[in-house]
Design a protein around this ligand. Structure first.
Ligand SMILES: *[C@@H]1O[C@H](CO)[C@@H](O)[C@H](O)[C@H]1NC(C)=O
Ligand SMILES: *[C@@H]1O[C@H](CO)[C@@H](O)[C@H](O)[C@H]1NC(C)=O
Length: 265
């Protein structure tokens, strides 16, 4: 009988032990999952392919700050992001794909993608509100980028920026002008890079030249008219002075007249 009881106890303690063990394991696992993935996003991991973080369609207005540092892909599309601040992804040395499409992005700060130069291979910025191209935002990047479906403004600044961009060249064909400065040069609706004959800087240079010319002409006219006025005024004064001297009756006056005539002449 005691032998049976001890046998029962032994069996049950083994079960209990196993249960406890799995409980501990489970909490450990949940803890691990909670600390190694961003709060609001879904993470998945596959061997050899690294970690993927999905934060799509969450009405996010800011980029989550708690992204795991071994993330390889981030989906932040269909959110309400309006800007990418400097160093937004600095602590993600393995990041190779970044999807920021279908947001409200209008501003990419200088160094927005700093730290991703060697790792990033694809950057999706399509379907946003980007107007001005800021080359400093893309410093160091060599990735392929999708820049389509943004209200790009093509102007001299954009033209000057193009040679400074290290993105894969084909990416830049995604910059299709929605407005241009100057307007009416045939840039609107055209991929900026493919409009070979377009030189927005020359045109603006011409207009500034014309403006300079007009201003200079204005100044010149002012100076000339002042000179004319000055000379006229002086001769008038001199004449009046002479007349006054002539009108003096005395002999002394006569000699003064002749002396002042000689000085005037
Ligand atoms: C992520 O951070 C941990 C802890 O700071 C560090 O040990 C690990 O090397 C980092 N991983 C990468 C890929 O940088
Ligand atoms: C870029 O994005 C647009 C719109 O999201 C999509 O239609 C297009 O296929 C993308 N192009 C590339 C090269 O990924």
């Amino acid at each position: 009988m005691p032998l049976l009881a001890s046998g029962w106890l032994l069996r049950h303690s083994v079960v209990m032990c196993l249960l406890l063990h799995s409980l501990v394991l489970m909490t450990f696992c949940f803890n691990h999952a909670a600390t190694s993935c961003s709060q609001r996003c879904y993470c998945s991991e596959s061997d050899g392919d690294g970690k993927t973080v999905r934060c799509s369609n969450l009405r996010l207005t800011e980029i989550p700050q708690d992204l795991p540092n071994d993330t390889r892909r981030i989906y932040l599309d269909f959110n309400l992001l309006t800007e990418v601040p400097s160093n937004a992804f600095l602590d993600l040395p393995l990041l190779s794909e970044l999807d920021l499409s279908n947001n409200e992005l209008a501003r990419l700060e200088p160094g927005a993608f700093r730290g991703l130069g060697t790792s990033l291979t694809f950057l999706d910025l399509s379907s946003n509100k980007l107007v001005n191209f800021n080359p400093e935002a893309f410093e160091g990047l060599r990735a392929r980028a999708n820049l389509t479906n943004n209200p790009w403004r093509c102007d001299c600044d954009l033209q000057m920026a193009m040679p400074r961009v290290g993105l894969e060249p084909l990416s830049l064909t995604g910059i299709v002008c929605e407005t241009s400065d100057p307007p009416k040069v045939g840039a609107v609706g055209v991929p900026f890079l493919l409009a070979k004959d377009l030189d927005l800087c020359v045109i603006t240079k011409k207009t500034t030249d014309v403006a300079m010319l007009v201003t200079m002409f204005g100044w010149f006219t002012m100076v000339i008219s002042y000179l004319v006025y000055y000379v006229r005024q002086n001769t008038e004064d001199a004449r009046r002075h002479l007349q006054y001297l002539k009108s003096l009756p005395t002999k002394q006056g006569q000699s003064e007249v002749s002396s002042s005539i000689s000085t005037v002449v």
